[in-house]
Design a binder for this molecule. Structure first.
Ligand code: ATP
Length: 348
């Protein structure tokens, strides 16, 4: 099996995508980003549906796409050994599950009986051995997605592209399918790129993540590292932590704090004078003393009430405390965070 190695630039009016991405055999690399970040554009280039303005897509020794220096290589999508699993299962409605999965091997010239056997093995591998004769409309959404996964992998692609494949599934089915994808990608050692909005996909599946924002890579690394110490507001929001960028200042009592927008002052142990960012959990914020803030909105949180305050700082509070403080939009309050809950990164 071979690794994916791509360097892609796309210019489309005001939008510019610049990404380098690699995926080793059996590795799952998640591409995270908000709407319009360029995730689908990247997948379209990897799949061969879109020519980049410049760049190279290689799978092992094979060059699938090369644009630049007057050279253009563009291997057609069906010849790239790239499989795709999207939100909607890619299955033929008029074919049985077995015929759907056998389609790839048949198209590659495998004799019918052997292709059927391969299909049955794949259907067993995705837990659908007993349903091989059913057509897609007699299967549940999760089962159809299993057929689509089996179909994509039965063609033995070097690279698998996953485009939010769990988005339409209920929580339980999505969890089962994640397990299945992980197991099969590892078993077949397929280099895999997973595009998703969902942080759960990144933490449960990805070996590495690449975060895209406005077409640019704003961070990359192991999911745990990126989510523990996010460097970009989008990733901080995904990780459920506050991120404040500002300047480190000395307080009258000699301690150091980060002075951020909207009067936010987060105590932290660092040397003053430089630009820095701090991250801290909404549940670490205490109400009573500290910087002056105002309630911007309140919404139900997973463990209580999530209060958004000026400076875009989120505070998670138990409902009883919200009631006791009489919090509503516009209420003025003072906030603080114990230094030990604050991570500081100087920005130079
Ligand atoms: N066919 C197209 N023609 C022109 N511009 C396009 C086209 N498709 C996408 N765009 C633009 O390219 C940019 C990137 O879009 P893309 O669909 O790659 O983002 P995305 O990260 O996949 O977003 P989403 O999560 O909403 O699918 C956006 O500014 C979008 O408006």
């Amino acid at each position: 099996m071979t690794a994916l190695d791509a360097q892609v630039a796309v210019r489309r009016g005001a939008f510019a995508l610049d990404v380098t991405i690699t995926a080793q055999p059996g590795e799952i690399v998640a591409v995270l980003g908000p709407n319009g970040a360029g995730k689908s554009t990247l997948l379209a280039v990897l799949a061969g549906h879109l020519a980049p303005s410049a760049g190279v897509v290689r799978v092992g020794e094979r060059t699938l796409t090369a644009v630049g220096d007057g050279v253009t290589t563009a291997v057609r999508p069906e010849r790239r050994s790239v499989g795709l699993l999207g939100q909607e299962p890619l299955v033929f409605p008029h074919l049985s599950a077995r015929e759907n999965v056998a389609f790839g091997p048949r198209a590659a010239g495998v004799p019918a009986a052997q292709a059927r056997r391969t299909a049955d093995e794949w259907l067993a591998a995705v837990g659908l051995g007993a349903l091989a004769d059913r057509r897609p409309d007699a299967l549940s959404g999760g089962q159809r997605q299993r057929v689509a996964l089996a179909r994509a992998l039965a063609a033995e692609p070097a690279v698998l592209l996953l485009d939010e494949p769990f988005a339409q599934l209920d929580v339980r089915t999505a969890a089962e399918l994640r397990d299945l994808v992980r197991a099969q990608v590892r078993r077949t050692r397929t280099s895999t790129v997973l595009v998703t909005h969902d942080v759960l996909d990144a933490v449960t599946l990805a070996d590495r993540v690449v975060v895209l924002h406005d077409g640019q890579v704003v961070e990359r690394g192991r999911p745990l590292d990126v989510l523990t110490e996010p460097a970009h507001p989008f990733t901080a929001a995904l990780a459920g932590v506050n991120l404040v960028v500002g300047r480190l200042v000395r307080e009258p009592d000699g301690s150091t704090a980060l002075a951020g927008p909207g009067g936010v002052r987060v105590p932290c142990s660092a040397t003053d004078g430089t630009r820095a960012q701090v991250t801290f959990s909404p549940s670490a914020v205490t109400v009573g003393a500290g910087w002056p803030a105002r309630v911007v909105d309140l919404e139900p949180g997973t463990t209580g009430v999530r209060v958004r305050t000026t400076g875009d700082v989120l505070v998670d509070l138990p409902p009883a405390q919200v009631a006791r403080l009489g919090l509503q939009v516009g209420t003025e309050l003072r906030l603080s965070v114990p230094t030990e809950h604050v991570r500081v990164r100087t920005l130079g």
